[in-house]
Structures are given as C-alpha cells and as structure tokens.
Design a protein around this ligand. Sequence first.
Ligand SMILES: [Zn+2]
Length: 217
Amino acid sequence: MRIVLLGAPGAGKGTVARALAAVDGSQTLSTGDLLRAAVKAGTPLGREAEGFMARGDLVPDRLIKELMEAWFQAGYGDRFILDGFPRTIPQAVSLGLLLKGLDRPLDRVVNLVVPEAVLVDRLSTRRTCFNTACNAIYNIRTQPPAEGDRCRLCGAPVVQREDETPEAIARRLQVYGEQTAALVGHYERTGLLLQVRELETSTIVQTILGALTEKAG
Ligand SMILES: [Zn+2]
C-alpha cells in the first residue's frame, strides 16, 4: 500500500503504521525515522539536520523535503506508510509531484480522528524511558514501567516528557489543529481522504484495508 497517515499527537499513528506494515511488508517512515537515519549515515543533509536538532530548532520544511526525496531516490518506498508527513500544504504538493515523477501515486490519505479528551488522556499518561538509546514507551494505566519507575528493558528511569505535560499537550493539539485542518481539506479535494473515527487499532486497520480493497476493486 502507499498511504499517508494523518492524526493528532496521541492518535496512534505509529501503532497503526506498524500494524499496517505487518499486513503487506510496506515500509513505515516518520520524519523522526528519516532524520535519525540521515544523521546516522552522516550525509551532508544529515549533518545539516543534526545542527538544527542539536540547537533544539525545528527542522525546516525544505530539509525534510530533501531528505524525503533522497529516501525515495535511494530506491526505498515502493510501498510505504508515511507517518507525520506531510504536515503542510506545500509539503503535500511537493510530495505529490515527487510521487508523480516516480509513478507511485498514493492509494489513500487516512486521517485518524480521535476525540480531544481521549488524546489528552493518552498523552498525559504516557511515560518514556530516559535512556535515548532505548526510549521505550510506557503508559501508567495500561502498560506501567517496572517498580520505582524503571524501564523494563534497560532499567533506566522512566519519565514524563516535557511535551507531555497537560499544558504542553494543549498547545500541541492547538498547533496541530491549525496546521492540519487545511491539509485535510486539500486531500479531501483530491479525493484521497479517508476519515477513520475508530479507537481500536484492529478496527482501524480493518477499516483502512476495506477502503483500499474497495478502491482496487
Ligand atoms: Zn529503557
């Protein structure tokens, strides 16, 4: 499949992307994956990205776009699930042109619609392993860390990320809403948009697979 997953922080894009990838072996790609891989490879683009990240600055659209192009041109992405990209209409337009040039059109753009109260609850109960080499994710309700707030995998302290405090979450959701409303409208006009209003990963996956089959048939 070739799809883009849209959804607010906490909507479960990463989990859904992994579940979909398991169905047909499509590659999942988030902007975080893309940045980490480029930094690790030490390419000129990777070194540029590293500079922005080290300063704590947002990596600009242009650089993300160049990294995405390099990824596709390196022969990846025959089948893919993009998680968290594009974020803006200019990014969506450049992705569309890139895929057109490669003759790999998108099958669907899936928007995971989750009520705000559910997002806030999921994010504020999330905890992350402090060890950056591990970064295991926990949930104080559904998947708690080991005794003394320790990581079950590496034993490091498990903490609440600064961007997962209630105040930070409210800001992130507001920014997301402002950015994404336009993007959803863009994909609605292109006829690619699929709005999914389910909360269980298995139901979400079935809904998406059903829509893809319908389109193919
Ligand atoms: Zn850990």
